[in-house]
Every structure is written in structure tokens, then in C-alpha cells.
Write a protein that binds this ligand. Sequence first.
Ligand code: G6P
Length: 605
Amino acid sequence: MCGIVGVTGSDNAVKILLDGLQKLEYRGYDSAGIYVNDQSGEDYLVKEKGRIADLKREIGPDVHGSTGIGHTRWATHGVVSVDNAHPQVSKDNRFYLVHNGVIDNFQELKSDYLSDVPFTSQTDTEVVVQLIDKLAVEENLNAHDAFVKALTLLKGSSYGFLLMDREDPDTLYVAKNKSPLLVGVGDGFNVVCSDALAMLRETHDFLELMDGEVVTIKPDSIKIEDKDGNLVERDTFHVDMNADETDKGTYPFYMLKEIDEQPNVMRKLAQVYLSETGEPVISDKLLSSMKQADRIYIVGAGTSYHAGLVGKRLFENLTQTPTEVHISSEFAYEQPILSKKPFFIFLSQSGETADSREVLVNVNAAGYESLTITNVQNSTLSREATYTLLLHAGPEIAVASTKAYTAQIAIEAILAKALGESDNQIVAQRFDIRQQLGLVATGIQAIVDAKSEIEQLAKDDFLNTSNAFYIGRSLDWSVSLEAALKLKEISYVQAEGFASGELKHGTIALIEEGTPVIGIITQAKTAGLTRSNLQETMARGAKIITIVSENLAKNGDNIVLPEVDELMTPLLSVVPTQLLAYYTSLHKGLDVDKPRNLAKSVTVE
Ligand code: G6P
């Protein structure tokens, strides 16, 4: 959601900004823009609706500079338009600002300080840049001081800001609050970005920024000040990732690449989190914190919430610890009554989801311990939780999450095994996690190798339907919810995941002639019941498709999954549903990786 890039000290500024913005496309956006200054009086502001490719077309050969800022906007305040795109500029064309986040009191600031200023956009960002300008001009402040003073006037806000002053054109001013922003350190140049991925071609060394800090960046210096104006020294951290990992190679879309990567992610997790003898390697501190808990609370949004639903079953089965799963945005404002000794697990691919962070802030304030399971090292949720386990899934660029979901479940399984075993739970002792992860890896491989069959299903039954239903019981219901979300997100088919026992209590009324109903059947106890429920929908005209574990399969089943432990079946049953969503979107001619209205990293509540 909104991406920020900046650079100072490079003659290639335009290219660096555009390449960086392209790498941030995955975050979701609907317009984009850059401002560059060549230090000798020439500067350029270019903005456009749509994609980075559209912005590139607007950038003429004369546009050049050595310092600049760029932005991808995901509209919050104001429609998608060139005027509302960033950078926003002050009325005297002196200050240029890009912004990620929301300023809660922008209306008040506008009426209290800026009633005489003509506005050209509907954005809260323009209010901030006009305010900086007003403070600079009327109170005779330099850019730094005007910026700092403006920040003190913002209320209850989440933001990442990157500011330029035409009168001091080689300097970038940066501030952030609850929003991700990094400074990348180069040799004779420096960069700024919302995500290290955007600048890996320029540097691998980054500085983390803390909420409330103000950073002044020139080509050969970076000055960090805390909120009281004291200078802060900070070491860089090294991002050990190859820029090529963020390329899609020969794949038409990142999503397909990421689906195909899942067997390797499973193997990687076994390598990272299991010893040579196959025992989980989880820190004693984390295990002892979790052992003291009388209840586990899993918190997440979207796909991560769905991975939490599977986690509940894993923790309850292998550790006998009662486990609740909550949607972050609900938990934050309607907190359930907590047990005496709660332990919190935050699931978040990006580690930046504002809804989840809101919960973590409360959890920390109450003094409870927590674990973040995330794909992004040094992300906000990782830094602020007591413990972190990384997903090691490699960058996930497609908005629709696939390999992060399966990695989250695999880590929950490893952790549940470790916790259960440390508590002498027999079920955990018998659960051979190494063998299971191996079976899952080869099982996913077999499914993705047969992807052409799923492509055919998508073509036959999903291109012309306006709705579709996934049904299942227990773990199969949890996967049904995720399967339906994938289909909705990228193919815009109205899809729902239903507990199959609930159909007859209302939802079966939705079935019409030809409605696709996909039954997920991997749990022996409920397999027969779900099959009966499928028959009931078929009797009312539904087109039935089955995804079934090998041991429960019957003649005529559509997709048969290789066998794994019942607890691990979500790792396999979800894969055909990812592919079904992918091919439906692909053959509808949609932008699979960047579905409309959605963002990968949702940094506003
Ligand atoms: C957005 C994305 C979803 C994702 C959710 C949670 O809505 O579009 O794909 O599941 O955020 O993100 P997180 O990074 O916390 O897992």
C-alpha cells in the first residue's frame, strides 16, 4: 500500500526511482509519480494514473536529475487522479512530499492553518506539504525545522514521509511513524525505500528507522535525530538477498512462480528449523515462554488469519493448549476476555499490517509476550514482538499470498511439535515432522507438475461463472475459506468458503444450475458427510468438483492429493485452489499479480 523511493547523489536518479517503484508495484497502487532535481535549477515533476509503465510513457528524454523522490499511491483520501497522485507540491513549488499512511487531523490542520491556501488535490498529503511551506515562509524556518514543527502538529497518525526542498535540492528529509521506511547506504549516494526489495540493485546495507525520528540525507551523509533532536548513531544491517530473487524470470506472473516455489520452501524450512536427526530447533526461551501459557491467541489478517485457523488445530492437537484465532482488525477494538496467561502469535507475511500492529501495541502495553511469524526480517511486527520466526519463503511479490500461507502453516506445525514434545505429549512425540515436511514437499511438487489439468478445470467451469463455493469440514473448512479468498482476490468471482454442514441451514439457497461447488475432503471423520453435502448441492444443479486425499478418494474424484498426516493436509489441499484461482484470473485476461483495489502490504487500518 503506497510505496516510497528516494535517491540523492546519483546521475541515474530517474532510472533508480522508476526501477524502485516497479519493485514496489506488488504493494498495490493506482497512480504514481516522481520529482527529480538536477542541482542546477532544472527540476521535473511527472505523475500519472495507472501503472508505472504509464508513468514511464509520460517521462520525456529531458527529464533528469541526481536527487529525487518517487511514489506509488493507493488512494485513501480522494479519487484516483493525477492531481491526487504524489509527489504533492506546495503552492510556491518549493516543497515536494511523498507520503504513505493517513493523517487523522488533516481537516483541522487545513482550517486552523491553511484557510488562505488554494488546494489542488483532495489529499491529506497536500495539507502537510502546504503546512511545511507555510511554517518555513511565515516563521522563517529552514526545511528541516519546518518539517519537524509540522510533524508535531500531526495527530494520531501513521505515516512515512519523504520531503525535498527546491532551495536545498540535494537533501532528502525523512520521518516515519508506524509505517515502514528504510535508508539504504551507498558509496557517494544514498537511497530511501519502503521495502529493501526496491533498492537491492543499488545497495544491500540499510538503516532501520524508528518511529518519531527525523533523518536528513545528503549524498555523503545521513543524520538521524530522535524526537528530542538528539543525534542517533545506528549500525546498518545487511540484506542478504539477491536482486534476481525478485525477478519473475520466465514466468508470466509472480503468482505462478511463487506457487511453484512451495516444495522448495518446505525443504528450506526443514533445513532451517530441524536438526540433522529431524528434531525441531526452536529456542529454549521461546518454548519456555509458550509452555507457561494457558492459552494461545493467534492474530492475523486475510490469508494469515486463515493460516492461523489451521494453526489452532495443530497447537491443540500436538500441545493440548487451548488456542483461539482472531482477525486483527476485530481483536484490536473488541478484545476477547483473555486467559490468565495468554501467549500471542502474530502471523503476517509482510510484518507491516497496521491492523495486526494495533493489537501488538496493546499486547506490549499489557506486558504479554508474543511471537511474530513473518517473511520479512526487521519488519515492524518482528521488531516489536518478543520473538520472531522467519518464514524463509523468499520475497512474495504477487498480492495473492501463496507460499507465505504454506510456510506459515509449516512453521506452526514445527513449533507445535517442539512445544508438545517439550511437554511430553505423546501425539507430538509420534508426529514425525521431518518425514511430513518431506512428504508435503513431494506432494506439492506432484500437484504443480499436473497443473495443466487444473488449468482445464478453470477454463471449463470458472471463466463464465459469477459465483463459486468451496465446502468442507474442520481443517477442510479452514482451507475452503482461503481457497475462496484466492478466487475472489484475483478472478473477481464471488466465492465463499462454507462449513459443509451449514449449507442446509441457509447457504444452499444460493445454488443454481451450473454453480461450481468444490468439496475439499481430507479428514476421514467427516469425508462421508461432506460427500453427502456435495450430493445435496448436485441435486440442485451444482457442478461438483472434488479435491480429495488419496486414502479417501473414489472413482470420479477430480483432484487426488498425495497422502500426508491429516494435520498436514491443508498444505496440499490449498495448492490446487491456488492454481484454480491463478488460471481463472489468467484466462479472464486479468492482471493476476496486481488485482484491482488490493494492496500487498496494508499499512493503514
Ligand atoms: C493484504 C493482502 C493479503 C494478506 C493480508 C495480510 O490484505 O492483500 O494477501 O493476506 O494483507 O497481510 P500480512 O502481510 O499481514 O500477512
